[in-house]
Design a protein around this ligand. Structure first.
Ligand SMILES: Cc1ncc(COP(=O)(O)O)c(C=O)c1O
Length: 367
């Protein structure tokens, strides 16, 4: 049988493992940070109608630039205000770009601003796909590090950026897998020090605690800043595959050079527009998930565990000399969480009250 080694694959891909959390059929899947609440019946009907609407013209290519969807997303960002503060200057479709998940957004950013002879830097532990997409795009990856408490002070960020002078810097806030949000000062300091683009990955931005501002407020006058978002998490639309970014219009001009023509299908655009129209309903679960998260953090601490502060819809906890044993014991009880991040820690996504009760019971039995 032919194996991968027999094929003339790129040398830098030899020995690499495909990305992927296990997709197991378990009663309690708390491993990929999805929103546990499915769409309402009303939304399911609206989504069906939206797909019906475009079905009759699927012989035609979609709007290549997804202009209507981008306008909807810009209006949504302008409305977003979790703690009373507006996100910054009003955004328009010229400053918002969309793709198949924020992973594709990140890929397009690296295709435009990374590549051969260029580098991208991230602060670990963080989202492993930043590194993986960087490598696949032919860009050199540079590992920098967060502090012991997973925070990133401005001085630490600036020192790493000045030392390596990367073309792209990734700042994840709230960070995956630690849940840590960054103060705006750290992002501003990174922008001042960076010679290239600074990407603030806010995949979990909607879950941040009150008083934690979004980097969107920094966009005016900063053309090297890109803020990425997704509909996969708070927006409860992971199956739609829709990520987006806000940035200076010149950044969009750069991305137009690398994106594949017609990258967003008519069905995706129609479904995403419907979801944005139901934004208040979809994001209506965020408050409950944030409370559930805070209760979970308090409970884990009361159980004597070490827990990272979380501004996201997951919690990193530990520390376990043998985390695999705990992960397996949970799985035997039907609870799938994620073995990710620093070696002695585990990450659990925040689910419904029932899912959290099952997790608590299973964890108590597993410790
Ligand atoms: C920090 C971060 N960024 C981006 C993504 C990618 O999300 P998607 O491609 O579903 O938008 C994830 C998914 O887990 C993530 O954790």
């Amino acid at each position: 049988m032919t194996s991968l080694d027999d094929l003339p694959i790129r040398a830098d891909l030899r020995g690499e493992k495909p990305y992927g959390a296990p997709q197991l059929d378990v009663p309690y899947a708390l491993n990929t940070n999805e929103n546990p609440y499915p769409p309402s019946e009303r939304l399911v009907k609206a989504l069906g109608a939206a797909v019906m609407d475009v079905a009759g013209s699927l012989n035609r290519y979609p709007d290549r630039d997804a202009v209507a969807l981008r306008g909807d997303l810009a209006a949504f960002l302008n409305r977003e205000s979790l703690d009373g503060a507006p996100p910054g200057a009003a955004l328009t479709a010229r400053q918002v770009w969309a793709a198949n998940g924020s992973n594709e957004i990140i890929q397009q950013i690296l295709q435009a601003f990374g590549g051969s002879g260029r580098s991208a830097l991230g602060f670990e532990p963080s989202y492993s796909m930043h590194q993986a997409i960087t490598r696949v795009s032919g860009t050199r990856w540079i590992d920098a590090h967060r502090a012991e408490d997973f925070g990133l002070e401005p001085e630490r960020a600036v020192a790493a950026i000045k030392e390596h002078r990367p073309d792209v810097v990734f700042l994840t806030s709230p960070n995956n897998p630690t849940g840590t949000a960054l103060p705006l000062e750290a992002i501003e300091a990174a922008l001042d020090a960076a010679p290239g683009m600074v990407v603030v990955d806010e995949a979990y931005g909607e879950f941040r605690r009150a008083g934690t501002p979004s980097a969107l407020s920094l966009l005016p006058g900063r053309p090297r800043l890109i803020v990425t978002r997704t509909m996969s998490k708070a927006f409860a639309m992971a199956g739609t595959r829709l990520g987006y970014l806000a940035a200076d219009p010149a950044v969009l001009d750069a991305l137009l050079l690398v994106r594949l023509p017609y990258h967003l299908s008519s069905v995706t655009q129609a479904v995403a527009r419907t979801a944005v129209a139901f934004g208040d309903e979809l994001l209506g679960t965020v408050g409950a998930l944030r409370r559930e998260r805070d209760d979970l953090v308090a409970w884990l601490r009361a159980e004597g565990l070490t827990v990272a502060d979380s501004d996201a819809n997951f919690v990193l906890f530990g520390t376990f000399p043998d985390r695999r044993r705990v992960w397996e014991a949970l799985l035997e009880r039907g609870v799938l969480i994620r073995e990710v991040g620093p070696p002695e820690w585990l990450r659990v996504s925040v689910g419904t009250p029932d899912e959290m009760a099952a997790f608590r019971t299973a964890l108590k039995e597993s410790l």
